[in-house]
Design a protein around this ligand. Structure first.
Ligand SMILES: [Zn+2]
Length: 199
């Protein structure tokens, strides 16, 4: 077993420098040091629950409100994907569907599973789970793609009274979902995954 904790070391999570276990703060970057982030699972779970609460309004409320010649039309994320598909913009429809519907729910499930594994144990080895965690952290910021699409459309399509596009109430919920999933990923201490392994 080669865990740093057993050899009297702890790692700075910001600059990855190793310090003796007695150190309380990193002498290079000043970050407080903990062998395991305190209350990591609780914080991750709380952020995940908030993200799940945002997921439903984000997908069921309109994300975009189009006004064309006085007619107001609301469209949800899924509605927008269907319209794009029907217009023949298959790659855009696929990217928005993956980034806005599939990946957020996959990330929430994966983080929930990692939390469960860290707390109650899992037959899965820690290494692939750590890799999964790193993937979740890396793709985090890409989930904002839908908000960018709406923001771009709002900025581009303001043709006076003929056609206007405004963000709907789901845009805020969607931002909340993405941000809270990112907070959850950030709050999770992946070192906890290695604690349950038999030496
Ligand atoms: Zn540091």
């Amino acid at each position: 077993m080669n865990r740093a904790i057993e050899q009297g070391y702890q790692c700075c999570l910001r600059c990855t420098r190793l310090w003796p276990r007695e150190a309380t703060a990193c002498k290079l970057c000043g970050k407080p040091l903990h062998s395991r982030t305190p209350k990591s699972i609780q914080a991750t779970t709380a952020h995940l629950i908030t993200a799940i609460l945002c997921y439903f309004p984000a997908n069921f409320l309109p994300i975009m409100q189009t006004t064309q010649l006085g007619q107001v039309k609301d469209s949800t994320i899924l509605g927008g994907v269907i319209v794009l598909w029907e217009l023949g913009a298959y790659p855009t429809a696929a990217v928005i569907f993956a980034a806005s519907v599939m990946i957020p729910i996959a990330k929430i499930f994966a983080l929930g599973w990692l939390c469960w594994s860290a707390r109650f144990g899992s037959p899965q080895p820690a290494e692939p789970q750590t890799r999964l965690y790193r993937t979740i952290e890396t793709i985090g910021s890409w989930s904002m793609i839908d908000v960018f699409v709406v923001a771009m459309l709002v900025a581009l399509v303001q043709f006076g009274g003929l056609l206007t596009i405004a963000p709907g109430p789901a845009a805020l919920a969607f931002c909340g979902m993405v941000v809270f999933t990112m907070f959850a990923a950030h709050a999770f201490d992946s070192r906890l995954l290695w604690d349950r392994i038999e030496p």
